[in-house]
Design a protein around this ligand. Sequence first.
Ligand code: PLP
Length: 394
Amino acid sequence: MIPNTNYSNLKDSYLFYNIAQKTKSYLAEHPDKHLYRMGIGDVSLPLCDAVIKALHGAVDDQAVKNTFHGYMPECGAPELREAIAEYYGRRGVELSSEEVFVSSGASDELGDILDLFGKDKTVLIMEPAYPAYVDANTIAGNKIIHVPAGKENSFLPMPDASVVADVIYICSPNNPTGAVFDYKKLQAWVDYANGIDAIILFDAAYEAFIEEDDIPHSIYEVNGAGKCAIEICSLSKTAGFTGTRCGYTVIPKELNRGGMNLNQMWVRNRTTKTNGVSYIIQKGAAAVFTEEGQEQIHNNINIYKQNAACLMEALDKLGIWYCGGKNAPYIWMKCPNGMGSWEFFDFLLKEIQVVGTPGEGFGACGEGYFRFSTFGSPEDTKEAARRLVELLSK
Ligand code: PLP
C-alpha cells in the first residue's frame, strides 16, 4: 500500500517551533526576565457569562431523561442554524438556515471543504497567508498559484484576468496582515471568480473585529457572491471558542457548478463524515448570537482593540509602516532599518523581551515584516508598546 505521497511535499513548519525554542533558551539564560508575548494567535479572555450560563444549562439538560440529547443533526441544531442566519439578516444578507452548516471550527472546514472540488484543482492563495491553506491543498495534491501581496498594494492583491484558477482563498480581515478588503475590491474578486467559474473560499474568522462601515463582514454583502462563494467562519476569536470549538460554514443554495449543487453536496458530505457538533457546545454557541451574548463578546473584543490601539500608537510615534489593527486583531509592521523578520525577532527578544511572529513564517513575501497579535493582556501590551518606542527611538 502506498499512502498519500503528497504528505512528502509538505514543507516543515518551523515557525512556532522556532519561536518556542528561542524563547525557551532565552528564559533558561535569563530566568529573572518576564516575556511580553505579542505573538500568540490564541485568545486570553474567558468565555462570556451568557455562553457559560448556556453551557451549564446544557450540561444539566444532559443529566435528565426528558431533556437529554443524543446524536445531533449532522449539519447543526436547527435553532443555532436559524440564529446564525438571523445574524446575517441583521446585516442585510438573506440566508435560509439550510444554507448555514455548524462546524467544529474553521480549521476543520478549510481542509474538509476540499472534498467538494475533487482532484487536481488549481487554487489561488494570496500570500502571506494563514498556513493551513497551503498545507491542506498540498495534502490534496492541488496545484497552488501563490499571489504575492506587498506594501505596494497594502497587502491586498487584486485579480489578474490572465490567471485562471478553480478555487480562490480570500481571508478578510486577514491573518497575518490585518488587511481588509473593502466592498469595491471584494466586488472585483467576486466578478473575477464568476467570470472564470471559480469558487471563492472566504475565510471570515475575524469579521467581528471590523469597525469601519465600508468593510463587508460577509462576502455575501457583495453582488453575485452567492453564485461563487463559500464562507467559513469561526467563533474562536469572535467569542473565545478556541478551546471550546464551534464555527459555521455558509454554502448558498444557488451555488452550482457542473450541473451539481454545492449545498446539497455538502449536506451529503456532512451526513457521511460527521455526526455533528455536541449539543452542549451548540447551546453555548447559540448564546453568542443573543443580544446579551453579542454585547458581552464585543466587550471582550474591545479589550483586544484597546491593545491594538496601544500598539498602533507606538508604531505611529515611531513612524513605522504597518497595516491592520483597526479592523483586525493583528498588526503587520515593516521591520525597521531593513532588518529581516527573524533578525528583528531576535533583536526584540534580546533587547526588550517582546515576542512577536516573524512575517517570513507566513510565506516568502512576509520576509522583512513582523506580526503583533493583540490577544495578550492589556498590561503586557502597554509595557511592550512602551519598550518598543524606547528601543526604536534611540
Ligand atoms: N482562519 C484563520 C484566518 C485563522 O487565523 C484561524 C485561527 O487562527 C482559523 C481560520 C482557525 O480557526 P478555528 O479555531 O475555528 O479552527
